[in-house]
Design a protein around this ligand. Structure first.
Ligand SMILES: [Zn+2]
Length: 390
């Protein structure tokens, strides 16, 4: 692992700390994107700050920054918004202080993913300092402030805006904290899909002493949930874990022990692999519930379809860079939650690689200084490999 270099054109730890000090709890920006745009402009980027909104949502700031006008366009993608810090008292260092303690930078977003954005910028700064702005290619940053929230006014709209301008991306690296334990252990090449189901079962209310005059919704719900959970959804696929269905809550709210409930509700979440789409899952759910019998309504919220970007140029590029810098051969994985890669993969080949995810969304989120230096080296190596010096 390389040591932290001073005399860099841009220090990634300083930049990450500055970003952490702007408390951009989703969907607020609090100056994070304008600050980043200022840094990138000083490096020579042309920056387009885009605010998107629609009825019922808060406006969100987004940024597309590009340096270079020709050649292949390598895009670094990520988000400046962060999840709320939760109980402030529980943090050993204030979550928006952007402070170093021991060998780590602490703060909300240090790992997910202001740290990686700082590494994007620092790696590019080093590459430009070495190669000059006249290299044959383009480097861009696609940054949203709406990844941790509803993701309506973020990457999706920014990609539409790029398409409308005829702006092409040739390859993309998403800087989510993909590593499970140590820097270099995991590159993500796809994600499982995620869907919530909201099931309401209708019965007939009645007296528990006269069950023949009622239809117990609780019994029907239990039978339906048993049908949904009694067998695995699948055994997994070449690049994916088995799909899973987890019941999140069962709600009847009946306060009387002598009343048969007339309605019963449950919410469940399904994480699904590339054997399924949300449409085929909906079919399977309805068929399975119909077999169990009873009247019900079933509503859905699909937060993302599963997708796979088969191992290829970008994952190979990242693997080579990771091996060169860390000596580790990263696993190509599709585990974990979803990310904005679910939108970008339709535009260009991509893979995801960032910091270590152990503390993301937790109290005392942090990134080790060595990892920030190492990730900067990895992104810099990616740039060198993608744009070979002629
Ligand atoms: Zn993230």
């Amino acid at each position: 692992m390389s040591l932290i270099r001073r005399n860099e054109p841009l220090d990634p730890v300083d930049l990450a700390a500055e970003l952490i000090r702007r408390p951009s709890v989703t969907p607020k920006d609090e100056g994070a994107i304008p600050y980043l745009a200022g840094v990138l402009e000083r490096l020579g980027f042309t920056c387009h700050t885009q605010e998107f909104t629609e009825p019922g949502t808060e406006p969100v700031l987004n940024l597309y920054a590009r340096i270079g006008t020709g050649g292949r366009n390598l895009c670094f993608a990520g988000h400046t918004d962060v999840v709320p810090p939760g109980d402030l008292e529980a943090w050993s260092i204030a979550p928006f202080a952007g402070k170093i303690e021991g060998d780590a930078l602490y703060g909300r977003g240090a790992a997910d993913m202001k740290g990686a954005i700082a590494c994007f910028a620092a790696a590019t700064a080093r590459f430009l300092a070495e190669r000059g702005p006249g290299f044959d290619g383009s480097i861009s940053l696609l940054i949203t402030g709406d990844e941790e929230g509803v993701s309506i006014n973020g990457t999706k709209k920014l990609l539409d805006w790029l398409a409308a301008r005829g702006e092409m991306l040739d390859a993309c690296i998403v800087g989510e904290p993909t590593n499970a334990k140590v820097l270099g252990d995991m590159v993500k090449i796809g994600r499982r899909g995620s869907m919530n189901g909201y099931l309401t079962v209708q019965g007939v209310q009645g007296h528990t002493a006269y069950p023949h005059l009622a239809d117990n919704a609780a019994h029907r719900l239990v039978a339906m949930l048993h049908a949904l959970t009694s067998a695995p959804l699948d055994e997994g696929t070449a690049h994916f874990q088995p799909s899973t269905l987890q019941i999140a809550t069962i709600d009847i709210g009946n306060t009387a022990a002598n009343v048969i409930p007339g309605a019963a509700r449950a919410t469940f979440n399904i994480r699904f692999n590339d054997r399924w789409s949300s449409a085929t899952l909906k079919d399977w759910l309805r068929r399975t519930l119909d077999t169990a019998g009873g009247r019900y309504t079933l509503d859905f919220h699909v937060s993302g379809e599963s997708f796979l970007t088969p191992p290829g140029e970008v994952s190979e590029l990242l693997t080579r860079a990771v091996e060169r810098v860390t000596g580790r051969k990263p696993e190509l994985s599709t585990t974990g939650g979803t990310s904005d890669a679910r939108f970008i993969h339709r535009y260009c080949p991509l893979a995801e690689f960032g910091l270590v995810g152990l503390t993301m969304h937790k109290v005392d989120e942090r990134a080790s200084l060595a990892d920030i230096a190492g990730l900067t080296d990895i992104y810099h190596t990616v740039l060198d490999l993608y744009f070979p010096a002629s």
